[in-house]
Design a protein around this ligand. Structure first.
Ligand code: GLN
Length: 238
């Protein structure tokens, strides 16, 4: 078995170790004897979504988001088809915001991909710090680090990724965090996210393998002692 992971615009969308998510997916596949091919796409590269099993969009500053925004309009319809056909996407912070219809920064509007029913608006002050959430998808809490000026409002027809235990999440309300729609996960959690949240990583890998091979997949367990320790340590950080 093998999976191809597409990393979109790593030179622009890659904050706080988001690239480490790719390494984590690759290693957790390889440790199970599954090959992982990584394809990095730079701005203006042609992207054939039919070749991809997982797409990663990392975080970026407002400036970088503006730089990718125009390019996103040209890949939007292919990306939409991929998402509607249960293509797997993991989008972090700036990448998460770009999944939605737009990101409003004062009088300026950055157009998004319109893949998921959500929008983001920059509001007073930045939401910065360690964050822990609980998600119905996983037994373990999900932990990470957030730093965003945008507040994300998700639609009625999509679910949040989880509930905030500590930290902020989507808005100042400290109630919900991230989004889950079909096989798309959007979240504000950097860190990188996946190494200390192995259940989330395996969830993504399982969904991608099941979509590709059209069978139910049960990944063999790994020794996650270090990962679980890292998760617990991060949960306790202020
Ligand atoms: N530029 C966005 C914001 O500040 C996202 C930042 C990020 O990816 N950390 O809201």
């Amino acid at each position: 078995m093998e999976l191809t992971i597409g990393h979109l615009y790593p030179d622009l969308l890659n904050l706080y170790g988001d690239r480490g998510n790719i390494r984590c997916m690759q290693k957790r596949l390889e440790w199970r004897g599954i090959s992982a091919h990584i394809k990095e796409f730079q701005l203006h590269d042609n992207i054939d979504f039919n070749e991809l099993d997982i797409v990663l969009l990392g975080g970026g500053s407002d400036r970088e988001q503006k730089l990718v925004c125009q390019e996103l309009q040209s890949i939007k319809s292919d990306f939409k088809q991929y998402v509607e056909e249960y293509g797997v996407v993991i989008a972090i912070c700036g990448g998460y915001q770009l999944l939605g219809s737009h990101y409003q920064i004062g009088a300026e509007t950055i157009s998004g991909l319109e893949l998921v029913d959500l929008y983001t608006r920059q509001e007073e002050g930045r939401l910065i710090g360690n964050i822990t959430i609980s998600s119905d998808l996983f037994d373990m809490p999900v932990t990470g680090f957030e730093n965003h000026g945008g507040r994300t409002y998700i639609g009625e027809n999509v679910s949040p990724l989880g509930k905030v235990i500590t930290g902020y999440g989507n808005t100042d309300e400290r109630d919900y965090e991230g989004v889950h729609y079909k096989n798309v996960i959007g979240t504000y959690l950097h860190g990188p996210l996946l190494p200390k949240n192995p259940e989330l990583c395996d969830y993504i890998l399982t969904k991608a393998l099941e979509r590709k091979y059209k069978e139910s997949i049960s990944l063999s367990p790994l020794d996650d002692t270090a990962e679980i320790r890292a998760n617990k340590y991060a949960q306790g950080r202020k």
